[in-house]
Design a protein around this ligand. Sequence first.
Ligand SMILES: [Zn+2]
Length: 217
Amino acid sequence: MKKEKILVLCAHNDDQIIGCGGTFAKYVGEGKIVKTVIFSFGESSHPHFKPEIIKKERVKEAIESDRVLGGKKITFLGLKDAHFKQEIKEKNIKEKLIALIDKEKPDKIFTHSDDDFHPDHNEVYFLVKQLVEEGSVNCDVYLFDVWNVVKLKKRNLPKLVVDISDTYKIKVKALQEHKTQYNLPGIIGLRWKMFMNALIQGWNHGCKYAEVFYKLK
Ligand SMILES: [Zn+2]
């Protein structure tokens, strides 16, 4: 039997963990193949270091955290942080993504939602939405949040609820692999939010921890 294949499309190399890390690890445990496409190297995260050094570190961290989650492959598209809109055009990212989706033929795609206020996250969402509208994506597409607190726009979209009580620990461990990020003030806030989200969603859906996704298609 063909193994189910999941493709995670995200802007930076911790978004997949915060957004869907528990589900990612759970699917791997169920024998599914999970691959990740990361749009940037996140080299602007530490402005006082040389971008090449940060890039190398962050690629290493991404690969380590993918190993923790049990992922099968990471593809880096190499866009510059905060320049996504322009670079998606200049670097033919749309065509590259279509070719990649064609090749991988995923059964499900997970990506950023439009509720997120980070502009890079929004650009990834807009691109995926465009591909869906143009018919380049045939599988189900689920949206996760990284930065938002309340979901205002998507109340009417169908939901996917995943019980991550057994894999929440793996999600945290994968995030800890991001050593250059883990103790940045912004990330400490995110870690707290990640915990509260998993707890509240678990509460709402009758389990200890849960991740909730909205279905775009
Ligand atoms: Zn991000």
